[in-house]
Design a binder for this molecule. Structure first.
Ligand code: GLU
Length: 319
């Protein structure tokens, strides 16, 4: 084992204001890192030109600081373009980068389901070649030809993430038609260049892990340790969906104090017996993953209060 300290990261997309689920994920990531003396970096994922705006990146930083979280470094993913392009050069040199003209409608037509419920890419353009003048001159989106084969994989919480990503999702887009670098590639390249060794994130991203590890392997990058945690859910149209939309941080900040919100999140996470106000720093000494709630929690927002409304919330707890 190397003597280098572990490095964690929180990597929110700056496509909207933070919501309670974002703040829970940030808090757990920060507690994980700080409780083991790790460095922890905030990476603002701002690559989607249609949805990201600079003021949302600034707002995200402010919301996390308001909650009481601090970072050893803050980076904008858009500033890492040269690293992303170097990885595309490497994939092109290895002969695994190819242009793809398929639209979302084409994928829907093939109707092959991916593990996350979306549509699998069926490999239609897999044998196409890059322009002779290089990938930069392609007007199409670019995909990486993933090596085939099952990855046997469990995250640190024991969650089984085994998958053949080539069969499950198909080859991912790594550069979009509009030139934007796509999530999987940017994420693994930035984790490696920041020396990230621990990835703590919500379970909604668990099915992406095998694809990301396969890309790391094809780029010769080390795989960090992964841990996926429970989500805050709300009832929408009779189904449970990620708590999004119901309330964002601009409303939360005007109606709750940061310490009341941390108290609620810590209680929902199983870290404290009541929702009494607290701070991230106060949670640190007793933080352990085996105290953290293993399954998703159901929450409602009725101004000015978040309420837990699942069966676990109704069971009395000892202090
Ligand atoms: N930016 C992604 C999101 O906000 C998360 C990336 C990650 O943690 O890998 O959903």
């Amino acid at each position: 084992m190397s003597g280098a300290p572990p490095v964690g990261r929180f990597a929110p997309s700056t496509t909207g204001r933070a919501h309670p689920g974002t703040l829970l994920a940030a808090l757990l990531c920060w507690l994980d890192a700080r409780s083991r003396g790790a460095r922890v970096v905030l990476r603002l994922e701002d690559l989607d030109p249609d949805r990201c705006r600079p003021e949302l990146a600034t707002g995200m930083r402010e919301d996390l600081a308001w909650l009481g979280l601090d970072w050893d470094a803050v980076t904008l993913q858009s500033a890492q373009r040269l690293h992303h392009e170097a990885a595309l050069d490497q994939l092109a040199a290895a002969g695994v980068l190819y242009p793809c003209r398929c639209s979302r409608a084409d994928l829907r037509k093939h109707a092959q389901r991916a593990p996350d419920g979306g549509f699998r890419y069926p490999g239609t353009c897999r044998s196409r070649a890059l322009p002779a003048t290089g990938w930069r001159n392609s007007k199409d989106s670019l995909r990486v030809r993933l090596a085939r084969g099952e990855l046997r994989l469990r995250d640190e919480s024991g969650l089984d993430l085994s998958q053949d990503p080539s069969a499950g999702f198909g080859d991912p887009v790594v550069r979009r038609r509009d030139g934007a670098i796509a999530y999987h590639l940017a994420s693994v390249v930035d984790d490696a260049s920041a020396g990230v060794t621990r990835i703590v994130r919500g379970r909604d991203l668990a099915t992406t892990t095998a694809t990301q590890i396969r890309i790391q392997q094809q780029l010769g990058l080390a795989a960090p340790t992964y841990r996926h945690h429970f989500l805050l859910m709300e009832e929408r149209g009779g189904k449970l969906a990620k708590l999004h939309g119901a309330v964002d941080t601009s409303t939360l900040r005007s109606e709750m104090s940061a310490s009341a919100l941390v108290g609620f999140l810590a209680w929902a996470a199983g870290l404290r017996p009541t929702e009494a106000a607290t701070t991230p720093a106060e949670l640190l000494p007793a933080f352990e993953w085996n105290h953290v709630q293993p399954t998703d929690r159901k929450v409602t927002w009725t101004s000015p209060k978040l309420t837990l409304c699942d069966d676990a919330a109704r069971r009395p707890r000892s202090a």
